[in-house]
Design a protein around this ligand. Structure first.
Ligand SMILES: NC(=O)c1ccc[n+]([C@@H]2O[C@H](COP(=O)([O-])OP(=O)(O)OC[C@H]3O[C@@H](n4cnc5c(N)ncnc54)[C@H](O)[C@@H]3O)[C@@H](O)[C@H]2O)c1
Length: 253
């Protein structure tokens, strides 16, 4: 089945690096027009350049997606430049310090929840009216292995990614009769630029070794991107509310 993504308008957050960048390139290859949203202006511009070099169409929007004004700008850019929003990929995210709950500062908690959970909420709320008017839309969220279990990150990141799973399922149920699907990938360890700022190692990979030992191979961003594109495509037309591990079997252990 054809992907059905030709000419479609796709927003990818965190598209300046890692999984988001790979997803933006993959959508452009399918003929979609891509809004590249990222905090980092330089890397967002680089992704747009790469897409345009391959004769694709993309535009960059730079800013912190935890801010309503930036969220509004992303949605407005999609509508004004390309006429609507068909696909939203909430992918931007930050790692925590792998701290146990008792050691999480207010600042760490607020920032991780803001970027990983509140930003997807804000941007989804901003694009939903456009999808509802069109009577169709696909939302793909990047959750994590840490959205499925308690041993893949610290308390803040784990809570944020469990939140992303809940957000995805609620969207899927509540908008299922209005042409909108919502799914998530749950990546295992993936070779990207994400900052893993380990505080003192007390709860880091060494302490979680028995669990991390089950990670298997580290995946490439392109392997995650391929699943994001599939979930957004017509080939996944009856998949709604799925949280799909892309982790070489980690979630199966
Ligand atoms: N790499 C992994 O092992 C792994 C595993 C599971 C889940 N994930 C998830 O994958 C997603 C993508 O991360 P990645 O691994 O590609 O990391 P990455 O650091 O390579 O890319 C993340 C991008 O998001 C952007 N970003 C961060 N905060 C932002 C903000 N407030 N507003 C706008 N953009 C912002 C960064 O500038 C960066 O370009 C994240 O949600 C992450 O939690 C990654």
């Amino acid at each position: 089945m054809a992907s059905g993504l030709e000419g479609r308008v796709v927003i990818v957050t965190g598209a300046g690096s890692g999984i988001g960048r790979a997803a933006a390139l993959a959508f452009a290859q399918e003929g979609a027009r891509v809004v590249v949203a990222d905090l980092n202006a330089e890397s967002a511009a680089a992704t747009v350049q790469e897409i345009e070099k391959a004769d694709g169409t993309a535009v960059a929007v730079t800013g912190d997606l935890g801010e309503q004004s930036v969220v509004d700008q992303v949605a407005a850019t999609a509508v004004e430049r390309f006429g609507g929003v068909d696909v939203l990929v909430n992918n931007a995210g930050i790692m925590d310090r792998m701290s146990a709950l008792g050691e999480v500062s207010d600042a760490e908690w607020d920032r991780v929840i803001r970027v990983n959970l509140t930003a997807p909420f804000l941007l989804t709320r901003a694009v939903l009216p456009h999808m509802l008017t069109a009577g169709r839309g696909a939302i793909v969220n990047t959750a994590s292995e840490a959205g499925l279990r308690g041993s893949a990150a610290g308390a803040a990141y784990t809570a944020s990614k469990h939140g992303v799973v809940g957000l995805t399922k609620s969207l899927a149920v509540m908008y299922r009769n209005q042409g909108i699907r919502a799914n998530a990938i749950a990546p295992g360890g993936t070779r990207t630029g994400i900052q893993i700022d380990l505080a003192d190692g007390a709860h880091g990979p060494a302490a979680l070794g028995p669990y991390f030992g089950n990670v298997g191979q580290v995946s490439e961003p392109e392997e995650q991107a391929a699943v994001i594109v599939f979930l957004a495509s017509d080939a996944a037309s009856n998949i709604n509310g799925a949280i799909l591990p892309v982790d070489n079997g980690w979630a199966a252990v």
